[in-house]
Design a binder for this molecule. Structure first.
Ligand code: PMP
Length: 323
């Protein structure tokens, strides 16, 4: 679907996957004016095709749009177009266990102009791609490196928007962490490098002395849909969740006191990703003795159960594309 000044968003079309043509001066290429989302379609055992809380993705896309000076999309039209697209690609949704159809909605600024301003034309595209299981053989704890030099986001910046620049600036830290055999980077706040923010493509939770804690949304953290769902599920089980500022020193102290019993990331790709080790400067903190924590496991089983239609979730979480 295109946006042009005067006409707004118009003419949604469905096309086979293939190259697109944009001006070499397109503003998205030079000034990073673009936003995106990540979601999945799941094939249930009874044949239904389900989306997980898709309205949340389109709401977040519009919040990202606002931050990046991109005109808002019609969220209902976007969901309706997505359902049609997934219906058309129904046969591409893998049948293998834990596989799904990955969905990538994105908007790019297409005006060809060498000067910094917001574009007067845009393309909104939704592309789909079959995706295999995240875990080859069940949940597997990951090792995470706490980043002390580079910064992902600062308050007032674009951290809470899903825009490519956040990921580009994170690459160098991710590559350095990979060289040291760490799967992901845990970001600290951009000012004092003291407070925990989030992981590369996940939000983060800790279980300290039986209490579940996660960094509060502060403007520089992406408000994850899995994070929100995790908090709502835990609360529905009577488990208190504290959303607050958490310093890395607090985590190190809890570890030393034997009170840090679980740590896990949340995100669309991994759903729940247990963390088996955190490294902060010279301090290596193995967590859970190589085992998956009970809370992480229960959350994973429940969320994936709802996503693949094996369990009933709260009203509105599962959207049947035929309904
Ligand atoms: N933080 C970042 C930076 C991410 O890219 C993602 C993945 N979208 C998340 C958190 C988790 O968000 P969600 O649960 O909506 O996938």
């Amino acid at each position: 679907m295109e946006y042009t000044a005067g006409q707004g968003w118009h003419d949604p079309v469905i096309k086979p996957y293939g190259p697109i043509s944009i001006s070499p001066a397109a503003m998205c290429l030079h000034y990073g004016q673009e936003v995106f989302e990540g979601m999945k379609a799941y094939r249930a055992d009874d044949g239904r095709v389900l989306l997980f809380r898709p309205e949340e993705n389109f709401k977040r896309l519009n919040r990202s749009n606002k931050r990046m000076c991109i005109p808002p999309i019609d969220e209902e039209l976007a969901l309706c177009s997505l359902k049609k697209l997934v219906d058309l690609d129904r046969d591409w949704i893998p049948k293998a266990k834990d596989s799904s159809l990955y969905i990538r909605p994105f908007i790019i600024a297409t005006e060809g102009k060498l000067g910094v301003k917001s574009s007067d034309s845009y393309l909104f595209i939704i592309l789909l791609s079959p995706s295999g299981p995240y875990y080859a053989s069940g949940l597997d704890p990951v090792k995470i490196y706490v980043e002390s030099s580079y910064v992902r986001a600062v308050r007032g910046g674009t951290g809470e928007a899903k825009t490519g620049g956040n990921y580009a600036s994170a690459l160098i830290a991710q590559e350095e962490a990979h060289e040291q055999d760490y799967a992901q980077v845990l970001w600290l706040d951009g000012v004092e490098r003291k407070y925990i923010e989030e992981v590369g493509a996940m939000n983060i939770f800790f279980v300290i002395d039986g209490e579940v804690v996660t960094p509060a949304l502060n403007g520089s953290i992406l408000p994850g849909i899995t994070r929100k769902s995790t908090i709502e599920l835990l609360q529905s089980w009577g488990q208190k969740v504290s959303e607050r500022r958490i310093s890395i020193q607090e985590i190190a102290d809890a570890y030393d006191a034997g009170k840090l019993t679980e740590c896990f990331g949340t995100g669309t790709a991994a759903v729940i990703s247990p963390v088996g080790e955190l490294k902060w400067q010279d301090k290596v903190m193995p967590i859970g003795g190589g085992q998956i924590g009970a809370i992480s496991q229960k959350l994973y089983d429940t969320l994936t159960g709802i996503q693949w239609g094996r369990l009933d979730g709260p009203a509105g979480w599962s959207v049947d594309i035929d309904a």
